[in-house]
Design a binder for this molecule. Sequence first.
Ligand code: SME
Length: 160
Amino acid sequence: MSDKKISEVRRELDQLAARPQSSEDFMAAIVKLLHDRMLRYNWVGFYMLEPDANPPVLALGAFQGAMTPHARIPLNQGICGAAASIGKTVVVDDVTQDSRYLACSIETKSEIVVPIFNGGKVVGELDIDSHFPAAFSGEDRELVEYCASLVGRHLEKVRT
Ligand code: SME
């Protein structure tokens, strides 16, 4: 992935973030941008923690790519559940080697999940699957973490 492409996508993200819109519309625009522009990002979606659910569960939000069988994921399941539980980015270069992995598509080879924080608490995450092994380099990780931080800031802005 060229630095130029990443910096262009970042600029487009900043333009999206500056536009007045609901957090739902902002998240839908982010998944579309990443899915359209980042050719190895074959499935891009948000999972958000359902408010007041007990036990806690992640519910599928805006996404681009094939419909997943995992529309709701408890925190003790999947790479998604792991990233939300520990509040840290999880990168899996080869999903066949990770026993936590919940299959979404038979074509998926690698995955990144980045938590989203609002008021210091995990409120959701951005999940990306790739048909290519080890698709998420350090600069991809920075880009996806940047997207998650923009969403966190957006949520904080609309809720204060
Ligand atoms: N692979 C994820 C499940 C979600 S799908 O990838 C869209 C996981 O292991 O949690």
